[in-house]
Write a protein that binds this ligand. Structure first.
Ligand code: IMP
Length: 184
């Protein structure tokens, strides 16, 4: 697949690089104020949240540590499989830490419901969630993120870390795919 084929698959750009950068700065300012005086453990979900994490952490004016958790629920489709797999084994000890989960997008809410429960079991000082995108109309759990970049309608989006079937993560904007990209 050539890069031009990738960009040809884009139906609409929802948030361009400037809009994302501005919103990440705002989120970081709020988080910096909320956690003033504390060290934060940023726990990012793999792989979708890596670009968001990289921008967010550089805008935070706080001491932070970083860890990653593998989380899978989609597997080559635009619909969640409904069963979430978490790989917390390689993560360090979270007891007594202020854990801030950094996630690319909340959809059904299953991933973060399960992840927050798993972390609560490790006696952290606190657990909150920061999600770049939120699709509240898709929720099947009562999960509500603490920090949200943008709320969006029920559309499948790619770019800025988000993929379809492992592609499109490197697009610098967040965009809706043409149906032909996932129907073929
Ligand atoms: P949830 O468990 O249904 O909330 O799903 C969360 C995960 O689904 C996210 O971390 C993404 O990996 C994936 N996901 C949900 N919606 C989208 C989307 O529109 N584009 C790409 N990935 C998505």
């Amino acid at each position: 697949m050539a890069f031009a084929d990738m960009t040809d698959d884009i139906a609409e750009v929802l948030f361009d690089e400037d809009a994302i950068a501005r919103r990440v700065e705002e989120l970081a300012a709020t988080i910096t104020a909320d956690y003033a005086g504390s060290e934060v453990l940023l726990l990012a979900t793999l792989k979708g949240a890596v670009i968001f994490l990289a921008d967010l952490m550089r805008a935070l004016q706080l001491p932070v540590c970083v860890d990653f958790v593998g989380a899978t629920s989609y597997g080559g489709s635009t619909e969640s499989s409904g069963s979430v797999r978490l790989d917390l084994d390689s993560c360090g000890d979270m007891s007594g830490r202020h854990v801030l989960i950094v996630e690319d997008i909340v959809d059904t809410g299953r991933t973060l419901t399960k992840l927050v429960d798993a972390i609560q079991g490790q006696a952290p000082a606190s657990v909150r969630t920061c999600c770049l995108l939120d699709k509240p109309s898709r929720r099947v759990t009562d999960f509500r993120p603490d920090y949200v970049g943008f709320e969006i309608a029920d559309r499948f989006v790619v770019g800025y870390g988000l993929d379809f079937s492992q592609r499109y993560r490197n697009l610098p904007y967040i965009a809706v795919l043409k149906p032909r990209a996932y129907e073929s």
